[in-house]
Design a protein around this ligand. Sequence first.
Ligand code: GUN
Ligand code: FE
Length: 414
Amino acid sequence: MNALKGNILYVEPNGDLIIHPNSFLHYDENGILGIFDNALNCEEIEDWGNRLILPSFADMHLHAPQYTMLGMGLDLPLLDWLKTYTFPAEARFKDPEFARPIYRKLALELIGNGTTKISMFSSLHFESTLVLMEEMEKAGLVGFVGKVNMDRNGSEELHESTEESIENTKKWILSCDKFKHIKPILTPRFTPSCTDELMGWLGEVARQTKLPIQSHLSENEAEVQTVKNLHPDCSQYWQTYQKYGLWNERTLMAHCVQSSDDELLAIKKSGVTVVHCPSSNINLFSGFAQVRHMLDLGVKVVLGSDIAGGNHLCMFDNIASAIRVSKARTIIEGPKTQFLTTEEAFFLATGASSSFFGEELPFHQGAPLHAIVLDDALLPNTKELSLKERFQRAIYRRQKDAIMAVYGNNKRLK
Ligand code: GUN
Ligand code: FE
């Protein structure tokens, strides 16, 4: 048994901040044993003094090959952005040797930023997708990676035929058995990218294998209109996934910025999880997702960086963006709409995805240890801050090298 000693903080699903000052977080190779005010009979104690020990982050929507275009080309709306910047960048990942060092660097940068759980889009290339999974697993991350399916509306350099998509997806799934902590997730890019035949086949695979599914939904107005034209039989975008069996409690749908109340209720009823990607929503001027309203309706919501629509891998920044986007909705709709509290937004990036991983909540007994140690000692104060104040400041303001240690799946990763 081991322990981390320090100021231990986490947020419960109801938004309560739980604070254990100067306490011991006990864990072993099977996960967390509990939080105590003494050392029990530990083999090893890491004493982090007055620092904050927080759950590490889950980034539930990001595009690994777009890491190469992070911070660039954010001057076009979604569909033009995809054709102009994104597809050419992803096309380079045809070559697994090109992919490997970039994916290795991405894994390191994720861990450096305190992210230890992921749900990630690769490119359409199945060999590079396996390289991505290898690099994520080797670095100690856990979660899901998907080979992207896209057999229409791509570009000359980034395209697969329906047959190629099916064959390569089969080969990819069969090769995933060797991974212990990185699992495959079916990844139709979005409805405009996939023919009916491919969607039908993926739905059948989902039914047979019970693999989870990730895609994009109702991100941008022009996209929603394109989907209407492609599926005149569906009055709402979500139905284009449902009709092929890609809509269930193992489905992650990024964005849902344009979703009507009917669509949000369909999401709630089927147990689909919305991945809110606030930085991306603003960068690609897609709109402000109604995150507060989704939570009030009882929709499951988690957080994603959506790099490179999003420009930050750091989930502290994405948490701050989620709060800002919810405030933008309050500005638009008036004070009847509450914005997210700091604690609620933090929960979206930590405990909210626990059920998708089939795990106990962070820092609860039985959950695997996923944690960061945060240093804020050099930031100026006029008075001694409470732990709650230090937690709030941590979201918006960090000193250089503030993340001193990162633990993922019961092991120290940084
Ligand atoms: N919709 C389809 N593909 C993408 C993508 O790569 N990024 C974002 N933000 N939306 C998408
Ligand atoms: Fe995305």
